[in-house]
Ligand binder design. Structure first.
Ligand SMILES: [Cu+2]
Length: 247
């Protein structure tokens, strides 16, 4: 192995160790308040850990090539052409194919199965109607609705049935890590299981945030979310308007 390759290899190892240390030592995530959040955060961390060696190799090669072979002025002539390097091509193809297959299986398929694990075991259905620029929340079983706040009981599987009245919107609760488009003319659904008490007043990630650009009021198309004990939730339900009542 020539000297250049050894230096790049050494840089690669150093950058990779430093990068993995940053990924493992620093948590970039907002508050995680649902069972699904752990699945999403674990997948994000794993994919980042897998990406660091690839990114480090590119950085090491670019940095070394630039510092070692960079020219301050235009060279008189081009260097000799390098048209092919079969062993590198095959190694690169093999490594990236294996990485891709691993990612498709885990966290890809396993993660989707985890996120859908509770879909057949729903405790509460919440219907959400998106309009420019607010969310209409209905609890069909209790027969009540609100546009002021989404209150949910802790540790129950909540199925959100989402629809839009005008244009595309997107239902997103950052603290739950669930997001799905709201599409005119159809229902979309997603399940979340809140497992931390909390409210928008304590942490702004407890909110529904429209995540699909839908017009001038898009950024303010939010609704506070509050996770409470079941008894408090039942009490709150009794204070809401019946679905049939006029606004
Ligand atoms: Cu929007």
């Amino acid at each position: 192995m020539n000297r250049h390759a050894m230096i790049v290899g050494a840089l690669w190892v150093v950058f990779t160790i430093a990068g993995e240390a940053v990924v493992l030592g620093f948590s970039p995530f907002p508050v995680a308040a649902s069972e699904q959040a752990a699945v999403v955060d674990d997948a994000f961390t794993l994919l980042t850990l897998m990406a660091v060696p690839v990114f480090s190799l590119v950085c090491a090669m670019l940095l070394y090539s630039g510092l070692r072979f960079g020219q301050n002025s235009q060279p008189d002539q081009d260097g000799p052409p390098t048209r092919n390097n079969k062993s590198i091509v095959w190694v690169w193809l093999f490594v990236t194919t294996v990485l891709t297959i691993v990612m498709i299986i885990h966290p890809g398929i396993t993660g989707i199965l985890d996120l859908r694990a509770d879909d057949d075991n729903i405790d509460l259905v919440v219907q959400l109607e998106a309009r420019q620029y607010f969310w209409n929340v209905k609890f069909p079983d209790a027969g009540v609705r609100t546009t002021k706040e989404l209150v949910l009981p802790i540790d129950e599987n909540v199925q959100f049935l989402i629809m839009a009245h005008d244009v595309l919107h997107s239902f997103w609760v950052p603290a739950f890590r669930v997001k799905i488009d709201a599409v005119p003319g159809m229902f979309t659904k997603v399940t979340a299981t809140p497992n931390e008490l909390g409210s928008f007043d304590d942490d702004v990630n407890f909110r529904i945030q429209c995540a699909e650009l839908c017009g001038v009021g898009h950024a303010t198309m939010q609704l506070p979310v509050r996770v409470v004990e079941r008894a408090e939730f039942d009490q709150w339900l009794t204070e809401q308007k019946p679905i049939a009542a006029r606004r």
